[in-house]
Design a binder for this molecule. Structure first.
Ligand code: 3HC
Length: 311
């Protein structure tokens, strides 16, 4: 049974009003936002690692400049989202601590390796394509700072997806070796990209409440279906084959029928046992420890500066 405040709050959400940080909100709403926005921010930061791995090995100066710009964008996306999470009373240090000790997650997709340049095309095309599918509806989320962060982030994401698809086009229409690399990258990134949308709706523990609070606008399966329907024609244009023998257009559904990912693999990956989890988290912990001296210096300077001001 809802309390009067909870009912008034729900009516605000149902009217499509934006909830701002200082306004009353149920504790569960705040906690869900910290979890989702914090993990979204972690995804942006950890997501820099697979692509960062190829900045020094990009095939041309132009591709290097494009990839560098994209990885820098992701860092900015992470900062917008950490700032949105901080408006809910959680500190940056607390969020980082929880990422490093495994009590907060980041997107499963970043636990797969980027083995060659075609993977950078597949990541831009599929991973950023899926991220766009997920983030565009989130522009309408009920929490003001998250909605505004999403609007800014979505402006930059289309470039991320297009540059990846451009790499795939170049390789799919290149030499037989390049085509084989593009097909191999699609084979390895297809199912992990479907997993980005989360478990199937029947296994999604947060969806019902998150949709009621407009923290989530669509269900996991809805967005996964939209992603498949949009991506299959793009693969056909490239002359590449989606690695799914059950894929076929279903006229009355108005969408494709397709094989689900291996959910046991998904739950293993988000439990920390994916191909690259230890490497990715190790890289983040090392960066945090290597940067301690710099943070301490900044704080010491700020304190000294503060004392001078006060004196
Ligand atoms: N990777 C890791 N964990 C996942 C996951 C995934 N792909 N999908 C679901 N989970 C976790 C959930 O976080 C939850 O665990 P928790 O309680 O410890 O947080 C559990 O699995 C159950 O899943 P639910 O569907 O019940 O959870 P949600 O309602 O939170 O839905 C979500 C999951 C769809 C990812 C939702 O949290 C969401 O939309 N988050 C914001 C978008 C986001 O994080 N996108 C990351 C994509 S990568 C990215 O944006 C970078 C881009 O620039 C490339």
């Amino acid at each position: 049974e809802m309390s009067p405040e909870e009912r008034a709050f729900q009516e605000r959400v149902d009217r499509g009003e934006k909830i701002e940080p200082k306004e009353w909100m149920p504790e569960g709403y705040r906690k869900t936002l910290v979890r989702q926005i914090g993990q979204h921010a972690h995804s942006e930061i950890v997501g820099q690692l697979p692509e960062g791995n190829w900045i020094t090995r990009a095939p041309t100066l132009e591709r290097k400049a494009i990839l560098l710009a994209k990885v820098q964008d992701e860092a900015g996306h992470g900062l917008y989202l950490y700032c949105a999470a901080e408006t809910l009373g959680v500190s940056r240090d607390e969020l980082m601590e929880k990422l490093h000790n495994g009590s907060m997650k980041y997107s499963s997709i970043f636990n797969y390796p980027t083995l060659n340049w075609a993977d950078i095309g597949a990541v831009g095309w599929l991973v950023d394509g899926a991220a766009i599918m997920n983030q565009v509806p989130l522009q309408r989320t009920s929490f003001g700072p998250y909605s505004r962060a999403m609007i800014r982030i979505c402006k930059e994401e289309s470039f991320h997806q297009r540059q990846g698809y451009d790499i795939m086009m170049k390789m799919a229409k290149g030499t037989p070796e390049q085509r084989a690399m593009a097909q191999d990258a699609l084979n390895r990134f297809w199912y992990p990209s479907l997993m980005m949308f989360g478990p199937s709706d029947k296994d999604s523990v947060h969806s019902a409440q998150s949709i009621a609070w407009k923290i989530k606008i669509n269900t996991n399966d809805e967005l996964r279906q939209k992603f498949v329907d949009q991506t299959v024609p793009q693969a056909e244009y490239l002359g590449l084959t989606i690695p799914d023998d059950n894929l076929r257009w279903n006229e009355e559904k108005g969408g494709y029928d397709f094989s689900e990912p291996d959910w046991s693999e998904f739950f293993e990956v988000i439990a920390g046992n994916g191909p690259c989890n230890k490497e990715r988290l190790g890289a983040r912990v090392k960066a945090w420890e290597d940067g301690a001296w710099f943070r301490e210096g900044l704080m010491a300077h700020a304190e000294k500066h503060g004392k001078r001001q006060a004196a």
